[in-house]
Ligand binder design. Structure first.
Ligand code: ARG
Length: 459
């Protein structure tokens, strides 16, 4: 015979190899909280509709509370023979409270149970990540405020383009993670429906009240179709896609910080405690944290790919394949939350080397567009102005100086429209302050954007 919870119809016991091969408790035990919450709600619902005696339901709820405590204090023994988190907890409950424990699974299947656990889990994770993103946003706003006037080169094609403020750059990062947070919260809306009641695939014969269970578990409603419900992992995929994009953003920041902390850029200094040295080169201070974030992004993108491929060949309804959703999902959760955490810790301590930032902006003819715009304001068509300034840049490059260092006579060679007032337009500050509208880089606009952001956070 077979002593498993499902062993009734089996003539021999599971091979040890198959047990090892098919167990999931070694990784899904992390769902214990959600599993217990879900079971308690299910038991209460069964009692409410009269399928379970009130005393049995109370025993179940109390028994599960005791198990929760044992798990949290490290005194629960997980058994691979019991396959997964669900059967470990149910078997222990029955050991503890007897027959009432055996009644818990009435009107339920592990298929709707695991779907419920996972939705609760991803929902909890999203709430944690949303908070973490809020912390990181706060750090970016502080840094942006500190560096609202700091001039640096803005880049396109990684070539010096136009001056921007460091604060503006930090606020660009902020936009990325705010979209990320709203994507997570979108995902939360769609997943926040109760699977329980779908049972194995077709629903159940008991007079269950799904809406009652949904209310107990904080779901906004119940899922619509039992077949779909037990086979659906869209929410995990959506979550992993949103997480992938978070990491793509952090990876881009990392790439910038890595470049900026080289002596060739020299825009920032990362705190020592976020860097490591070299075992051979005594001078080295390596930006390992951003490098690891950039590297871990590959894992998280791979996890999304794994889930998509996991689902693509599955007919309705539940297939055991779905057990494989957990390692990529959990790895994604761990990685994205660690990366957000290290960034939230590191950002407040990024030291900006203002002189270097400024010198770099002064070097690359970053105010050439401003000179062209100046000529346009004096009546020259933009294309002619563009050409004239191009020639001036060529001349200054040959001479080895900036446009603002050319004399009035020199500048007038390229257009007679140039007058003395040109100099206040083609300095770095002149360029920045001229870009003074909603969304632009002028320090005043950066301060206004920070004020709006803080007001939105307060609200
Ligand atoms: N461990 C399983 C999973 O993660 C639970 C559901 C098992 N259901 C089943 N009918 N074998 O998907």
């Amino acid at each position: 015979g077979n002593a498993k919870l499902w062993g009734g119809r089996f003539a021999e016991s599971t091979s040890a190899l198959v047990e090892k091969f098919s167990e999931s408790v070694s990784f899904d035990s992390r769902l214990y909280r959600q599993d217990i919450r879900g079971s308690q709600a299910h038991a209460r619902m069964l009692a409410k509709v009269g399928v379970l005696g009130t005393e049995d339901a109370e025993r179940i709820v109390a028994g599960l509370d005791a198990i929760l405590e044992r798990i949290e204090s490290g005194q629960f023994e997980w058994s691979e023979k019991l396959e997964d988190v669900h059967m470990n907890i149910e078997a222990r409950l029955t050991e503890d409270i007897g027959d009432a424990g055996k009644r818990l699974h009435t009107g339920r299947s592990r298929n709707d149970q695991v779907a419920t656990d996972l939705r609760l889990y991803v929902r909890d994770v999203i709430d944690d990540l949303a908070e973490l993103i809020g912390r990181l946003e706060g750090a970016l706003l502080d840094l942006a405020e500190r560096e609202a006037d700091t001039v640096m080169p803005g880049f396109t094609h990684l070539q010096i383009a136009q001056p921007v403020t460091f604060g503006h750059h930090m606020l660009a990062w902020r936009e990325q993670i705010l979209r990320d947070r709203s994507r997570l919260l979108d995902c939360r809306k769609r997943l926040n429906l109760l699977p329980l009641g779908s049972a194995a695939l077709a629903g159940t014969v008991y007079p269950i009240d799904r809406h009652y269970t949904a209310g107990l578990l904080g779901f906004d409603g119940v899922t619509e179709n039992s077949l779909d419900t037990v086979s659906d992992r869209d929410f995990a995929i959506e979550f992993c896609a949103a997480a992938g994009l978070i990491l793509v953003h952090l990876s881009r920041w990392s790439e910038e910080l890595i470049l900026w902390s080289t002596p060739m850029f020299g825009f920032v200094d990362l705190p020592d405690r976020f860097c490591t040295g070299s075992s051979i080169m005594p001078q080295k201070k390596n930006p390992d944290v951003p490098e690891l974030v950039r590297g871990k992004t590959g894992r998280v993108i791979g996890n999304l790919q794994a889930l998509l491929v996991l689902m693509k060949g599955q007919p309705l309804a539940y297939n055991r394949d779905n057990q494989e959703d957990k390692p990529p999902l959990f790895d994604t959760v761990d990685t994205v939350s660690m990366c957000l955490q290290v960034y939230a810790e590191m950002v407040p301590h990024i030291a900006v080397k203002r002189d270097n930032c400024r010198a770099a902006a002064a070097k690359g003819f970053s105010t050439a567009t401003d000179l062209a715009d100046y000529l346009v304001k004096k009546g020259l068509p933009f294309r002619d102005a563009h050409h004239a300034v191009g020639s001036a840049v060529g001349y200054a490059a040959q001479k080895g100086c900036d446009l603002s260092e050319l004399s009035l006579e020199e500048l007038r060679q390229f257009s007679p429209l140039v007058e003395k007032d040109v100099y206040e337009r083609i300095t770095l500050e002149g360029s920045l302050n001229a870009r003074n509208h909603y969304g632009a880089t002028a320090p005043a606009q950066v301060r206004a954007a920070i004020a709006r952001a803080r007001a939105a956070r307060g609200a």
